[in-house]
Design a protein around this ligand. Sequence first.
Ligand SMILES: Nc1ncnc2c1ncn2[C@@H]1O[C@H](COP(=O)(O)OP(=O)(O)O)[C@@H](O)[C@H]1O
Ligand SMILES: [Mg+2]
Length: 481
Amino acid sequence: MSALRGAPAGVLELQRSSSYQVPEHPKHRFEEVEEALEIDDNEQSRRQKNYDEEVDESVREDMSKLEDTFPGIIHRFRLVNRIGEGTFSTVYKAEDLLYDHYHNDWDVFAQAQQQESWPSPSSKKRRIDGEPGQRKQPRYVALKKIYVTSSPIRIQNELELLHDLRGCKSVCPLITAFRYQDQVVAVLPYFPHSDFRIQYRTFMVADMRHYLRSLLTALQSVHEHDILHRDIKPTNFLYNPELKEGVLVDFGLAEREGSEYTSQCLCAHQTYVRRSRILSSYYSKNPPTSGLSNGYPKNDSRSSRRANRAGTRGFRAPEVLFKCTSQTTKIDMWSVGVILLTLLGRRFPFFNSADDIDAMIEMSSIFGTRRMKTAAAMHGQIFETNIPTIGEKGYSWEKLVKWSSCVEDLTESEQQATRLLAGLMELDPSKRFSAEEALQHEFFTQPVHHDVEWGGHPEESGESGEEEEDGDDEADEVAML
Ligand SMILES: Nc1ncnc2c1ncn2[C@@H]1O[C@H](COP(=O)(O)OP(=O)(O)O)[C@@H](O)[C@H]1O
Ligand SMILES: [Mg+2]
């Protein structure tokens, strides 16, 4: 029995109980009643106000507010700290006070919590009633409070997809969820992880391999379920360098493949259909004479194309920017490529555009106009630019990684990683590696272990290079349609 069901008005409704009781027998939380819980006034005074981590005053206030406005939450959780604040939610670390009352088959992280290098807070641990003298190992969860401004359908979508993905390796499972009026709190296992912004500077190629293997394993399962994550980026992949494992979180923008299709994009057609459509287009029949078209019609009577472009700046795939209406799971693979480029290039963020047009300019500086035009045409779009610094041919990945990381030569292992990078950051989604294919790449199956400690400085900028010589990067070129 699932606790989730859609209420008539599209409001997320979780099964409710008349009053809160600790279950007599341990059982699955999803079988249990998960409505916000009634509490008596005395409970307020029993509230635990000590924190076992150093907590900012403003964070304490924020946590108290959640405890005050979400009845009964203190019966189950002791809020420890605020660990994340995003556009759509605030995430808190909390001790799971009723851990022992349930079957915790989701808890593949128990081991992680016991690791010496990820010590559990030592002092002032609260014990569950009735177990005097016995010092319990605190069990932590992450409470994701989804902002009330999020649409109920969006919240329901996130929880349902997480529910569907339970049991998938390297995907953070959903333990349960609560609703009180318009507030929704998702409960996830707490996964200790490092801060990518600091961690990436120390990553050797071997570390990149562990990181990517774990991320690709998560994506392989997600994509097997025909689900696009749509927001792959370091803050949504919680990586623990001690365990060499990570978990994928944040399915707030995720969707089932095909659910957003408005009309079939040109890229979804056979090559010959695409070719004939492009050849018969007005643009092909009336090519701009000066090399550049004379602008665009002021009063274009055609309706503007609509496509889902949700995601994070710098991680969006080219087809998302080109408003492809048949986006696939391959959009996530591009984002994995951006992460690998960040790691190899030692720069975060690697792309730093203000908007979609800027993002296209960044991409064209790498790929060159010729390949960008081909990529745009695949989705029935025209790419034009008069920016003089953007060349026609672009650069090879190897050159780019060298400039970015300020080295003269790449090690053999870096070269191998760069070959994987080329397969991930492929403009044509149909040629881009899937998660399964990427995991079969020589980078994982026949790893070259020649690695040298990186001695550069992330702040140093690479000198801008010249456009690739003819013939040098011919292999990188995307064949015209
Ligand atoms: N299960 C978890 N364990 C530990 N930290 C978490 C967990 N889930 C989320 N976080 C932290 O909270 C941040 C925001 O969570 P996320 O699900 O990405 O929310 P948002 O939709 O607001 O981006 C993450 O980047 C991470 O630092
Ligand atoms: Mg996030």
